[in-house]
Ligand binder design. Structure first.
Ligand code: GDP
Length: 460
C-alpha cells in the first residue's frame, strides 16, 4: 500500500502543527528530510521514541521539530507511522508536507488513516465511525457514547449475538449433512427461546437509536409565540447571556437566530423565530415563514405566551401549527399580574391529540429555568439520562442493519411456528448473521466502506 501523509491539525497559526505519515516507506521517506543532532536515523531507532531535530530541504533548514516514531504493528493504522510536530505556521506545515510528497508520499484521502486501521483489523466499523463521532461530539453524553463505541462495546454485543446465531446454523447444517448420527430433536424449542432472547437485545438497540441521535445531534428546538411574548428573553435566559436583541417594540425578532447550548450533557439547538402573527411587512413575512419551517423541523417546540395577557385567537393559530409536536408551553412573565391560567390556555388545546407541558416562567427573574431543563430531559429520556452502562446506536446505517437482522429473526420464528423444514430456518439465520456482520464491517462491500470514510475529516 502507498505511503500516505496529511496535515492533521487545523491550518491556522498555532503553537504546534502535526503531520502524520503512514505506510511501508513512512520511516525511509522521513529519514530523507529529517536530521537529528546525533545523526541517528529513524530506521535505526527503537519504536515508540521521540526524536528532536530539523527538517531539511537540501541544505536549508525548514523547521525545528519533534518526530514521533511508531513502528508497525503498534500504531494507529498498524503500519509504520511517523508524526512530525512542527511549529504551527501554515507555510511551515505546507512546506514540510510538500517535502514528504516530493520524496514519495501521496496525500491521504479523508479518513484514510482510520480506514487503514479498520482494514488492518485494529478497529471494527463501529469503532471507526465512533472516531468521527468523537471528534464532532458537542455534548458530554455524545462523547461518552462515542468512547464506548470506540472501545468496542457495540462490537462485543454484536459479536456475541452473531456467535450464538452461528452456533445454531452450524447445528442445522451438521444435522442435515449427517442425519443418521445427529438429531434435531428438541432443537427448535431451544432455538425459539434463544432467538426471543436475541430479539430483546436487538430491539433495545434499535430503540436506543432515537436517544442516540438526539444525544449526537442535539434537540432541534424552536422557540415560537406571539410578538412580545418574550421569546428572545427566554432564549437569553436559557443561554444566560444577551445574545438575542430584546426590545419593547413588537416584531423585533425579524429573522431566525440559532444557538447551541449544553444542558446537563445534552445539546439544545435553539432557533428563536419571529413572532407568529399576520404581517404585511415583507421582511417579517419571511421571518414568519421561517418560523413555520423551524416548527416543522423541530424535535421540540417551546411555545412562549405572555401570562399577563389573555389568550386570543392568534394563540389558536400557533397551537394549530405546533399540533403533534413535542412541546412545552411557557407561561412567561410570571412576575407580572397573572391574567392567563394553565386551565385557560389548556382549553385552547381542546381539539389537539397531544398537549404540551405547561410551565410558568419569568425571563426577567429566571423563574422556571431549572424546571424547563428538567422537563426537556423528562420528555426525551423519560428521566433515564444517567448514561450508565447502556450503549446507544448513533447512526442510521447501524440501525437499518439491526432492523434487517430483526426481520430475518422474526422469519425464523414464524417458520418454527409453521413447522417449516430446518434448511428454511438456516437461510434466514444466515441473513440475520450477515446483517449483523455489516454493522461491525465483517460483511461489507468496498463501496460502503469508501462512502463511510469519505465523510471523515482530513488527516484522521
Ligand atoms: P419577543 O418578541 O417574543 O422575542 O419578546 P422579547 O423577548 O423581545 O420581549 C418583549 C418584552 O417583554 C421586552 O420588553 C422584555 O423585556 C419583556 N419581557 C420578556 N420576558 C419577560 C418576563 O418574564 N417578565 C417581564 N416582566 N417582562 C418580560
Amino acid at each position: 500500500m502507498d505511503t500516505i501523509a496529511a496535515i492533521c491539525t487545523a491550518l491556522s497559526p498555532s503553537g504546534i502543527g502535526i503531520i502524520r505519515v503512514s505506510g511501508e516507506s513512512a520511516i525511509e521517506i522521513t529519514d530523507k528530510i529529517f536530521k537529528s543532532p546525533d545523526k541517528k536515523t529513524l530506521a535505526d531507532s527503537k519504536t515508540h521514541t521521540i526524536h528532536y531535530g530539523h527538517i531539511f530541504d537540501g541544505d536549508e533548514i525548514i523547521d525545528e521539530v519533534l518526530v514521533m516514531l511508531m513502528k508497525a504493528p503498534r500504531s494507529y493504522t498498524m503500519e509504520d507511522v511517523v508524526e512530525i510536530d512542527c511549529h504551527g505556521g501554515i507555510l511551515v506545515l505546507r512546506k514540510v508536507f510538500n517535502l514528504l510528497l516530493n520524496n514519495g508520499c501521496r496525500p491521504s484521502e479523508p479518513g484514510e488513516f482510520t480506514k487503514r486501521a479498520f482494514l488492518n483489523g485494529r478497529i471494527d466499523l463501529t469503532g471507526a465511525e465512533a472516531v468521527m463521532d468523537l471528534i464532532s461530539s458537542k455534548s458530554e453524553l455524545a462523547r461518552k457514547n462515542s468512547i464506548s463505541h470506540l472501545n468496542g462495546k457495540m462490537y462485543s454485543i454484536i459479536k456475541e449475538i452473531r456467535e450464538n446465531i452461528l452456533y445454531y446454523i452450524a447445528n442445522i447444517e451438521a444435522c442435515l449433512d449427517d442425519p443418521e448420527h445427529m438429531s434435531l430433536d428438541g432443537f427448535e424449542d431451544e432455538l425459539e427461546v434463544k432467538l426471543k432472547e436475541i430479539r430483546v437485545k436487538i430491539e433495545a438497540l434499535i430503540k436506543s437509536y432515537d436517544s442516540g441521535k438526539i444525544i449526537k445531534e442535539g434537540i432541534n428546538t424552536a422557540i415560537v409565540g406571539k410578538p412580545n411574548a418574550g421569546k428572545s428573553s427566554i432564549l437569553n435566559m436559557i443561554l444566560n447571556e444577551e445574545r438575542a436583541i430584546v426590545t419593547e417594540i413588537e416584531g423585533t425578532t425579524r429573522d431566525t437566530l440559532e444557538e447551541t447550548i449544553d444542558i446537563g450533557g445534552i445539546t439544545l439547538n435553539l432557533v428563536d423565530t419571529a413572532g407568529i402573527h399576520d404581517s404585511e411587512d415583507v421582511v417579517e413575512k419571511i421571518g414568519i415563514e421561517r418560523a413555520k419551517s423551524a416548527i416543522e423541523k423541530a424535535d421540540l417546540v417551546l411555545y412562549v405566551t405572555d401570562s399577563s395577557k389573555d389568550p386570543d385567537n392568534m394563540d389558536d393559530q400557533i397551537i394549530s401549527l405546533i399540533e403533534g409536536k413535542k412541546s412545552i408551553c411557557l407561561m412567561n412573565k410570571s412576575d407580572l399580574q397573572r391574567e392567563m391560567t394553565k386551565q385557560e390556555i389548556n382549553a385552547h388545546f381542546e381539539d389537539c391529540e397531544t398537549r404540551p407541558v405547561f410551565l410558568y416562567t419569568s425571563a426577567k427573574t429566571g423563574e422556571g429555568k431549572e424546571e424547563l431543563f428538567n422537563t426537556i430531559k423528562e420528555l426525551f429520556f423519560e428521566g433515564q439520562l444517567s448514561f450508565n452502562d447502556e450503549i446507544m446506536v448513533s447512526n442510521l446505517r447501524q440501525k437499518n442493519n439491526l432492523v434487517d437482522a430483526d426481520a430475518s429473526i422474526c422469519k425464523v420464528l414464524e417458520s418454527i411456528e409453521n413447522g417449516m423444514p430446518e434448511d428454511f430456518l438456516s437461510i434466514d439465520l444466515m441473513s440475520a448473521y450477515a446483517s449483523l456482520g455489516e454493522i461491525i464491517g465483517e460483511e461489507v462491500n468496498d463501496d460502503l466502506v469508501d462512502k463511510i470514510f469519505s465523510e471523515f475529516c482530513m488527516g484522521k
